[in-house]
Design a protein. Structure first.
Length: 317
């Protein structure tokens, strides 16, 4: 239990997030007022907002516990999933980071100096290994959130790149695809490769199911989709920060336990149990074949790294 708590604290402490928020605000003075409001809500009003969360709920972060991860891995194998171990080549990761040169993107995790950058850059690197990108590929970064991944992948691998996000204007403009990822305005077989980096868990209500079906349409034959991290837990759960929810909003599945995490800063983070992952994702794969990789040495990269499960989905020929 001590290891679990220390690991969780390294990843997600409110103090770490607060320090990053303060530094970010100093670089962008217009954000100071928003930060002040956020901290007031977190320190004074959090319990008030918590009372309005419906359903089964608890005040806690969902733990990242190696024992639970092992139980999940064994359960996946018993449930006939294709589960494979994967070890990160740390020197190869360092070579990727040198070539990617995140310092030229100062608005993205302060160019590599902010909390959680080790995890985010590891996710980007791992996606390249599972996608096996080349100049023949058409790649979409799903739920891009203005990440530099498309620029980096284009420069390193020569692929044609697009960035998709719900916040972008609808339709396609240059390399931007706007609107719902489950209803992309692109023809069948448009892309050869797609990935989501720490974003699939934010797909609310049935949008996770709808996106998996859409991926089967948008990908070409033998095209590939990578989801990482794939968040799995020993019960079906959704993590939220009550102060991140608009008044009256209820994006939660009534079957899930709601973990209310002070300082999380997001409204919805889905963690699948194996039965829920089966019914929501495996049962809706259509032409896609699923492999789940278990990362064995993420903490060798940095103690803050937590990616454990990766989903790789490939469309049949």
């Amino acid at each position: 239990m001590a290891h679990q708590e220390q690991h969780q604290n390294r990843l997600f402490t409110p103090d770490t997030r607060a320090r990053y928020s303060v530094l970010n605000a100093l670089r962008h003075p217009s954000k100071v007022a928003n930060l002040a409001v956020l901290k007031f809500k977190e320190n004074i009003l959090w319990d008030h907002y918590y009372r309005f969360i419906p359903g089964m709920k608890t005040k806690a972060w969902i733990p990242h516990d190696p024992r639970i991860h092992q139980q999940i891995t064994e359960g996946l194998r018993r449930s006939d999933y294709d589960v494979r171990p994967y070890r990160i080549d740390v020197p190869d990761l360092h070579d990727y980071l040198e070539r990617a040169h995140y310092a030229r993107f100062p608005d993205y995790y302060r160019g590599g100096k902010s909390p959680n950058f080790a995890e985010k850059s590891l996710e980007h690197y791992l996606a390249t290994k599972f996608l096996d990108l080349s100049r023949e590929d058409i790649f979409i970064d799903i739920a891009n959130a203005r990440s530099p991944v498309p620029e980096i992948y284009h420069e390193l691998f020569g692929c044609r790149v697009y960035r998709q996000d719900l916040v972008f204007p609808g339709g396609i403009k240059n390399d931007m695809i706007g609107g719902d990822a489950a209803r992309m305005p692109v023809p069948d077989g448009f892309a050869t490769k797609m990935s989501l980096h720490c974003s699939f868990e934010h797909f609310e209500q049935t949008s996770d199911i709808e996106f998996i079906r859409e991926a089967g349409r948008v990908l070409r034959a033998v095209g590939r989709l990578v989801i990482l991290p794939l968040y799995l837990f020993n019960e079906y759960a959704i993590q939220t920060d009550p102060i991140a929810l608009p008044r009256g909003s209820n994006p939660f599945d009534p079957l899930a336990r709601i973990y209310c995490a002070r300082g999380y800063g997001n409204r919805h983070g889905r963690f699948y149990s194996i039965p829920q992952f089966t019914s929501r994702i495996r049962d809706n794969l259509g032409p896609l074949r699923l492999t789940i990789y278990v990362i064995e040495n993420q903490e060798e990269v940095d103690p803050s790294c937590y990616v454990k499960f990766v989903a790789v989905l490939e469309k049949a020929a």
